[in-house]
Design a protein around this ligand. Sequence first.
Ligand code: SF4
Length: 336
Amino acid sequence: MPESAPLLDVSGLSKSFRVPRSASGSTRLQALDGVNLRLGRGETLGLVGESGCGKSTLARVLLMLERPDSGTVRFDGVDPFSLRGKELLAWRRRVQMVFQDPFASLNPRLNAADLIGEPWRTHRDLVPPKRREQRVRELLDMVGLRPGDARRYPQEFSGGQRQRIGIARALALDPAVIICDEPVSALDLSVQAQVLNLLTDLQAELGVAYVFISHDLSVVRHVADRVSVMYLGRVVETGPTEEVFGSPRHPYTAALLSAAPTLAPALAGSRERIVLSGEVPSPVDPPSGCRFRTRCWRAEDVCAQVVPVDEAGAGQPSHTAACHLPLEVVTAGIAR
Ligand code: SF4
């Protein structure tokens, strides 16, 4: 990660939602609980975890579609939730989104040129009307589509091509950050690789940073500079991708990786895969202390009593885990 001040700095972010509990009452679902994140300029941060771990809620907060209950978000040192008027509009331009489903995320009644240029109807000053046609052609070229594709409609494109239109649309506002929410999970494997390579090339060319949300560890390993692992609304481990994949420190990360030994060669010496018992607990009534303790094979009394905080590993200052009994650097098999 770059040494300079982060582009995005999230600290202690919490978000809960009121949900019905019975016919007469309601309760709160704690979707995010004290999340810390940093994103450097031009960096890719992979965000992984099982369904329901809070990844999508975090993305919605970063896009200012949800207001956090507590904690801070700093973008270039500024709290976007404090902005109003023109400043807020300018900020919105800087954080864009690429959606999971290229089949559902594009309006079928608009052609590619209109889809790509639609954000300029709100952000009118960015590209003068006279230059918009040319700019659409440039964006199509950047994402590997032809100028003639501008007049075609979403249903005339393949899934990979539609996702390229979604990427061009996100780039139309010259963002500093793109939040990619499972951007290749709906695509065939061969097309996935093409779209991932495109994102990598665009980052090298434009310096845009990505928050890359995925449940697919192989995809994250391919694209991310650093990775954060989420479990039940908390970030349990963060670090450079090679360190996290090579020697996970949190038992949950080790369990995820043990299911994919080719992604974590250092774990290949382990004789058995770690199979987690039980289901992910409900975020309506999460376990005390460490939220992973009901499924953790290393849990001790302290894990139920004290919430673990992020701590760096020996010799790995930027690799943190929130665990009272973190795994040591793995050289042969998983510490038990
Ligand atoms: Fe397991 Fe305890 Fe670490 Fe939680 S704090 S992951 S229960 S060892």
